[in-house]
Write a new protein. Structure first.
Lengths: 138, 351
């Protein structure tokens, strides 16, 4: 955490508001009941987890076999024209920019325009757009 | 379409600023008096996506810009008080502004237009005359959003009321533009930033869109002289908007002003926060909430907490206060509430 930064909820005297659909977060009875339930739940979870692990191992083995088979049968036949693959996001590697793509900040002024008129009765046409993308699409 | 002003240094055409590194294409251009940035993955069909964004920017500018004579809102102001038929788009923009005023208990009020003009912000910001010496008005409350009525596509304004939709229209524009961009893309994910107010749609990159959160939207590094330390967060859905009093400042009659006006006084809000960033389901909400927080001052953190909006408030000394699960770590993930707090406009939710 950087210096000079803090959370509003850490401020002295701050008390979290109760949720409209849940218990008061400061209700100690609720916390105590939750602890009782947790003790019993841990034992049951251990029993269940052994069976879950066995099922997962079997499932992974079956899935691996399926995909090996599927990838062989889905290989393109010789002579398929290039560039006809689907262009859905799934066909691309998901983007992963390593630097910020934009800055959220106060809207500084960048457009310098010639002086003329004002908004009080004598406005002018300014800031019109010129939709001219002349670059090359990838 | 209005011709490009001659002699302008603004970049009216899209410029590619990212080459697709990390699988994301990035382009930006100047529009609406600030910078628009688009990021898309996969980096294909960029021309079509940018065309869709352009159409939305043009539409918003023609509807709601108080700085161009040919906009609908300027026509309303010239027409004086009374009933004014408006397009569906402007009706949506006014409706969102009025809903934001109700939601923020009048802190974000669209009737601050005349107050901003009287302080000197009566033209595109780049044209403000720094040497204005005209007398300043006495502090006074603005007319108030309740003086404006919207019946379908008819807006009723009292005489003398000027609308400024700046606290919500840019966010609404980002929401509209990102919907259009995603519809044009058809797959993958897109991000639109209008002067630092960011909306995303579709699938985010792995782990979310990395965004720098800073005082000013042109800041590109975490540490810049004179700026509060910035933070990188990852946004997987929804929107993130930032309001700051460190930019759009001007001098008048020997005094320094900024553009976030407190409707209770008609003068720039004097609160403790220099910059507030808020994440929300839509950019219009995030935009309204960040502006309201600047005006709310000491009560901002409590209000944002009640709303359940992850937020980061930076004080004038550069210290930061986080609310509602805003991540402490750099590259932390922002979890945005799914529920909308403002009603969706006629444009619908769509994403």
């Amino acid at each position: 955490m950087r210096a000079m930064e803090r959370d509003f909820e850490d401020a002295p005297g701050y008390r979290r508001l109760p949720r409209p659909d849940g218990p008061d977060p400061d209700d100690t009875t609720v916390v105590w009941r939750a602890g009782m339930a947790r003790d019993g739940g841990v034992r049951r979870a251990r029993r269940v987890s052994n069976w879950t692990a066995a099922a997962l191992i079997a499932g992974v083995a079956a899935t691996t076999g399926y995909f090996v088979h599927a990838s062989q049968s889905a290989a393109p036949a010789a002579g398929t024209p290039a560039g006809t693959a689907a262009t859905s996001p799934a066909a691309h590697h998901r983007a992963c920019p390593a630097a910020p793509v934009a800055t959220s900040g106060g809207s500084g002024v960048t457009a310098a325009v010639p002086a003329s008129g004002s908004c009080v009765g004598g406005g002018r046409a300014s800031g019109s757009v010129a939709p001219a993308w002349t670059g090359r699409d990838d | 379409m209005t011709p490009m002003p001659s002699g302008a240094t603004a970049r009216w055409a899209w410029t590619r600023v990212g080459t697709g590194a990390g699988g994301v294409a990035i382009a930006e251009r100047d529009a609406l008096g600030t910078t628009t940035r688009l990021a898309a993955w996969p980096p294909q069909d960029l021309g079509r996506i940018l065309g869709a964004v352009d159409a939305e920017l043009t539409r918003l500018d023609l509807e709601a810009s108080r700085f161009r004579e040919d906009s609908e809102i300027s026509a309303i102001h010239r027409g004086g008080g009374g009933a004014h038929p408006v397009s569906a788009g402007l009706a949506e923009a006014i409706g969102v502004a009025l809903a934001a005023a109700r939601w923020t208990a009048c802190l974000v009020d669209p009737t601050v237009g005349a107050a901003l003009c009287s302080l000197g912000y009566d033209r595109d910001f780049a044209e403000i005359d720094a040497g204005q010496d005209k007398a300043l008005p006495a502090p006074a409350p603005v007319p108030g959003w309740r003086s404006v009525r919207l019946d379908g596509q008819v807006a009723h304004l009292p005489a003398g009321v000027r609308l400024d939709l700046g606290a919500t229209a840019k966010g609404l524009g980002a929401d509209r533009a990102v919907r259009a961009a995603f519809a044009a893309a058809g797959s993958g994910g897109v991000l639109v930033s209008l002067g630092g107010d960011v909306a995303v749609a579709g699938e985010a990159p792995d782990g979310g869109w990395p965004l720098l959160v800073a005082d000013e939207h042109r800041q590109a590094r975490q540490f810049e002289p004179g700026r509060a330390p910035a933070q990188v967060v990852r946004l997987a859905g929804g929107a993130l908007a930032t309001s700051s009093v460190t930019c759009r400042r001007w001098r008048r009659a020997g005094r320094q002003f900024h553009h976030i006006v407190d409707p209770r006084t008609g003068y720039p809000a004097p609160g403790p926060w220099r910059t507030v960033s808020v994440a929300a389901a839509s950019c219009a909400e995030a935009n309204a909430a960040s502006t309201a927080a600047i005006i709310a001052g000491e009560q901002a953190a409590a209000w944002l907490t009640v709303q359940g909006l992850p937020s980061r408030l930076v004080a004038h000394d550069g210290s930061a206060l986080r609310c509602c699960g805003w991540p402490a770590a750099d590259w932390g993930r922002l979890d945005v509430p799914a529920a909308r707090l403002l009603p969706a406009g006629p444009g619908g939710d769509g994403r």
